[in-house]
Design a protein around this ligand. Sequence first.
Ligand code: NAD
Length: 420
Amino acid sequence: MNDPTSLHQVSNQQFQRAAELIDLKAPYRAILSEPEKEVIVNFPVILDSGEIRLFRGYRIQHNNLLGPYKGGFRFHPDVDLDEVKALAAWMTFKCSLVGLPYGGAKGGVTVDPREYSDSEIERLVRRFTHQLGDTIGPTVDIPAPDVGTNAQMMDWIMDTYANVSGPGGRQQLKGVVTGKSIECGGSVGREAATGQGVLYALRHWCGETGQRLKGLRISVQGFGNVGSHFARLAAHEGCIVVAVGDQSATFADENGLDIPALFDHARQNRALAGFDKANRIETEDLFAIPVDAFVPAALENQITKERAIDMECHVVIEAANGPTTAAGEEVLTSKGIEIIPDILANAGGVVVSYFEWLQNQSGRSWRVDDVGTRLREIIWDANDKVVAMKAQLRCSHRDAAYAVSLLRLSDVYDRRGIFP
Ligand code: NAD
């Protein structure tokens, strides 16, 4: 199989395959194969030098059948329309799969945030938010962090939105964005939620295959929000994390890395490079290390055909969105390597974003135990449904996850009908 060069094509191929399996009605297939709305903004930012630079930003609203659009903002030099369209579609399928009252969206700016000062990034975030205007809103479309964005940026988005909105609804306005700092209306547990959900998916897979989580050998690609929290939580549960890598460096130790030390180092330095208490290896070598579980938590298209040929593991838990290419997936499947798909594995983040939004709507704060318990219930239930669907349709985990998601969307379309 040749890999399609378009990520949107990849996401469409995945959903069309499951649509075929469940015989999804043709009009629903057509609707879900394109976003409802594509917003592109070009906006100027004054740099610290006084120079004015133009940036391009996107907000793609894929579908809002189930509720307000929901999905992250990515700041990365490779952000383009095709990528954001795919990421927006995955949000629709993810929110439907885990039963949230949200549709799907994604946005971003084509920028490398590491090349700019904090004050430049603040001006960029505020101007981008302003330029999007009514495209976002607490009952319309609710962004969140993704690659290259963080809680501080979400605070600026919320503050900008609140300042240009009318005087009413100050509390509810906080819900224009999730992933904020706790002080500004964020939820306890949000920062680690995606990594926590990935760990639940791994634990569920252990249950399905009769294995113990403790002692499982794991490699993690990507050590940002998702990868670092996942590795920290997995190590805490007794997993042996034998290799981790980010854009700056890759480390391995067959007896298990000191994850708390790597976590602290990455926090302080915003990268793994410079850590001197573990063996550094070549980036490519990460894929060939024999492990039980390989967890891609960086970007899309990382598990290519060539890397898949080298991989020796029993399961890939897709913490990142779209980390496995179509050709990579074919190789993994032919080797009997199970793939727990992104729309299931990394749904923990959007689930706790939903909790944050509920807290903003009601003005009440939840305790960390409430967040943890409810997150676990929702993720566990979604994993159970996918496994049952897999047995029913005799298909892959990915196809089963899409089938659960599409059946919910189809049911709602049947009841609501197509306007007018
Ligand atoms: P992040 O910006 O915090 O971290 C990204 C990490 O990937 C960094 O460590 C970076 O160095 C690394 N990386 C980038 N390119 C790499 C490469 N070529 N090789 C190795 N490492 C590389 O981003 P994040 O929020 O952790 O997101 C990671 C993935 O998880 C993305 O696919 C994102 O869409 C997905 N995701 C994130 C969330 C969330 O809550 N943040 C939720 C669901 C899914």
